[in-house]
Design a protein around this ligand. Structure first.
Ligand code: DGJ
Length: 750
């Protein structure tokens, strides 16, 4: 449906899109509007406006990014003037995508060296076109035959903008690319901005950090070849004093790239925030031959006026609708069992079958065999690369186990680490040249393994055919794709002087394999894993169905890990297991109830040795799994409110999930310890319909805590709140609010 055009649009030569979606409320429109007279381009989606325009000198400038502006509001690009002899006009201009030239001192979108040694690149507006729902703006160097196409689309539900850039060599000589971003972004001058980012290490990922932005450049990057456990390719920017968890402005961005990346932010000489995000220029180079193009990854950029929580929810929604395979039709995460913490490498057909029998009785829906089923894999010193079933462990192959798992009503999953090889493997003995290496230099091992050079097409094709064959020969529904080390010697000798393109070719080939496997095996689901959460980003998210959040399975540590994870990424993909105690990561012992309540806040899994569980443990687990099935759609697909965060310093933290139609809310209150100074502050719920009446029940059964009414209006739950006087250490409580008539079946939609 195209809405009636207001009069101002008559002077616009192109009014692009009013997207009518069958499911979206009619008021939500995503559109691109072009004011040709003033050369202003406007993207409007949900409650966000993003505008860019061409100034008198031909520079493309950012004009506005924030809450929706009314139609026809004045937006005009004005050329910047020289500020002083030290700050020439070109440099002062906040360009939408800046070439490294004219003395630019902030991070460029593109830096090149031409074949004659010239390194001056000045990009100005040349033309625009619409490509479906995307706006494509072409920039060109003022003299050299080089163009950059900037691509924009805006999401109607969330106002998240998808940006990318394509550089093309239109001349006759090669051009060397030294740095290439997906986007530059600018925020207007202001006294203080704060940068939020996520960082960590193995088994301690997703720790939130915040720094005040200043003229000191802040760089979030990976130089590891993969994303890694360090900085995430995600950032958010707030206004201290104005922004809280639930109010005030937040701008956020994420790079959809699973390799070495670089996001940078700083304030410039007049207090504007200048951001760049793209391939990491560290050790990177790419020769662009005549007629060739190079695409950047996508960069997602969003805005919320509802604080960090609002920004997370908008980005979660966007990921669920636009990034995760299947979008709104994507299946809910089944409850899975994974054998890793129970058996490590001691995997046998018989042992796995026993675990499968026990898992099925608990209500588990997917059984996953982890590391140790292939080659000579009895520990981490051998076998990687040899993806054939170990005959001593599985004398009749995988079939009897898979058949049994299916007969028990579960789907079957298998672990792989395709990009790696042990020296002690048939593959390495046959192809020692297939690993990343610099000839004559040491080949540094990590966990006794080397990285296959996936940038090579023969390696790519080999892995694709091995995996494809295994999936054709075995009835496998799910693979866990692991990756357990970083690059050390990123050499690709066969590519000679062009070998620094390895950073891009490797990841492009990884994406190619994942996409091809999905195409050849419809219905196959994939988990991204890298020693826990070492390779999670919105690039790989587009090709996988879920993510292994962390190897740290301690339920208390997990609350902080999950809190950080959800700042950027959706609970829809965030997997957590209930494992044995004392926990391997920190030696902590907690109750099974606490472990379930922690793991139920995303995709629930079990990773314990079920043979050691008592019948009482089984009963507890059955009860929680059943309870989870009644709320998982809300947890996985709903809106998350981080009511009391681990970073708030209170002993009790609380998360609240609200279903998209607001008919169900699920509260998790988790207490570290009872303390003499506990103040029993009321937890105010959020996101409910104030006018509707919600019945309350305790998740998993049992009495509601004293003082919590069995029914009240959404307004009551949000204004009065609930006071949960939990007693003891590492105790938790789940509470479900249900509006009349809500469906509680919890059945999977497949
Ligand atoms: C690291 C993963 O994060 C673990 O879950 C497990 O799959 C091991 N690798 C297996 O080697």
């Amino acid at each position: 449906m195209t809405p009636a055009l207001p009069s101002f649009r008559r002077r616009l030569s192109v009014v692009a899109l009013a997207i009518a979606s069958t499911t979206a409320p009619q008021t939500l429109l995503a559109k691109v509007t072009v004011d040709e007279a003033n050369k202003v381009f406007r993207l409007d989606g949900a409650d966000v406006t993003y505008a860019i325009g061409v100034d008198e000198k031909g520079y493309l400038q950012p004009l506005y990014w924030g809450s929706s502006l009314g139609k026809g509001e004045p937006l005009l690009a004005r050329a910047s003037k020289e500020l002083s002899g030290f700050d020439p006009a070109g440099m002062q201009t906040a360009q939408e995508f800046a070439g490294q030239g004219e003395g630019l001192v902030t991070d460029p979108g593109l830096k090149v060296t031409f074949s004659d040694g010239s390194r001056d690149l000045v990009l100005k507006y040349r033309s625009y076109r619409m490509d479906g729902q995307s706006l494509v703006v072409e920039l060109a160097d003022i003299e050299r035959p080089l163009t950059v196409n900037l691509r924009y689309a805006i999401d109607e539900q969330t106002g998240v903008i998808t940006r990318s850039a394509t550089v093309t060599n239109r001349g006759r000589a090669p051009i060397k690319i030294e740095s290439f971003a997906a986007a530059n972004l600018t925020l207007p001058g202001a006294t203080t901005y704060q940068l939020h980012f996520l960082s960590g290490r193995h088994a301690a990922e997703w720790s939130p950090h915040a720094v005040v932005l200043s003229p000191a450049l802040t760089v979030l990057e990976s130089r590891r070849g993969s994303v890694g456990h360090g900085n995430q390719p995600w950032l958010a920017i707030s206004r201290p004093g104005q922004t809280t968890e639930e109010s005030g402005p937040v701008w956020f961005g994420a790079l959809a790239w699973s390799g070495s990346f670089r996001l940078s932010a700083q304030t410039d000489n007049i207090g504007r925030v200048r951001i760049a995000g793209g391939y990491n220029s560290h050790d990177f180079a790419w020769t662009l031959r005549p007629g060739e193009s190079l695409d950047s990854p996508r960069f997602y950029a969003g805005y919320s006026s509802s604080g960090l929580g609002g920004a997370s929810r908008a980005f979660h929604r966007f990921q669920m609708d636009q990034v995760i395979p299947g979008g709104r039709q994507a299946k809910l995460r089944p409850v899975l069992y994974n054998s890793w913490e129970a058996t490590a490498f001691d995997v046998t057909a018989e042992g796995q079958m026993k675990l499968a029998e026990r898992a099925a009785k608990l209500g588990v829906e997917r059984f996953v065999v982890d590391d140790g089923w292939f080659g000579q894999r009895n520990d981490d010193k051998a076998g990687l690369g040899d993806w054939t079933v170990n005959p001593a462990k599985f004398p009749q192959g995988l079939k009897p186990l898979i058949d049994r798992v299916h007969a028990l009503g579960m789907s079957f999953g298998l672990w792989f680490e395709p990009e790696m090889v042990n020296r002690d493997s048939a593959l390495y003995r046959a192809h020692p040249d297939w690993v990343l290496n610099f000839p004559g230099r040491p080949r540094t091992e990590g966990r006794n393994q080397l990285v296959l050079n996936l940038a090579r097409t023969d390696v790519r094709d080999h892995l694709l055919s091995v995996l494809d064959k295994l999936l054709r020969e075995n009835d496998i529904q799910f693979i866990k794709w692991d990756y357990n080390r970083n690059w050390t010697e990123p050499g690709w000798p066969e590519a000679g002087p062009d070998q620094q393109r390895v950073y891009v070719d490797y990841i492009s080939n990884l994406y190619h394999i994942l996409a091809e496997l999905r195409k050849r095996h419809p219905g196959l689901e994939i988990e991204t894993c890298s020693g826990g959460g070492g390779r999670i980003d919105t690039g790989i998210m587009g090709l996988t169905d879920q993510a292994w959040t962390s190897d740290n399975t301690d339920p208390y540590d997990r609350l902080a890990i999950q809190d950080g994870f959800t700042m950027a990424y959706a609970p829809a993909v965030m997997m957590a297991w209930v494992t044995d105690v004392p926990n391997w990561a920190n030696g902590r012992t907690t109750s099974l109830d606490f472990r379930f309540l922690s793991a139920m806040q995303g995709g629930l899994g079990i990773g314990a040795d079920l043979n050691k569980w008592t019948s009482a443990d089984d009963e507890t687990a059955r009860n929680w799994i059943e309870a989870y099935k009644g709320i998982r759609e809300t947890v996985q697909r709903g809106q998350l409110y981080r009511l009391v965060r681990p970073t708030d310093g209170a002993s009790q933290t609380a998360t609240f999930y609200v279903s998209p139609d607001r008919s169900q809310g699920v509260l998790f209150a988790m207490q570290r310890s009872s303390e003499w100074r506990d103040q029993w502050e009321a937890t105010k719920l959020a996101g409910l319909d104030p006018a509707r009446r919600y019945r309350a029940r305790r998740l998993g059964g049992g009495q509601l805590p004293d003082g919590v009414p069995s029914a009240a209006s959404g307004a009551y739950w949000m204004s009065h709140g609930v006071t949960l006087r939990l007693r003891g250490d590492y105790v938790g409580l789940g509470m479900v609010l249900e509006a009349a008539g809500a469906d509680q079946s919890g059945n999977l939609r497949h």
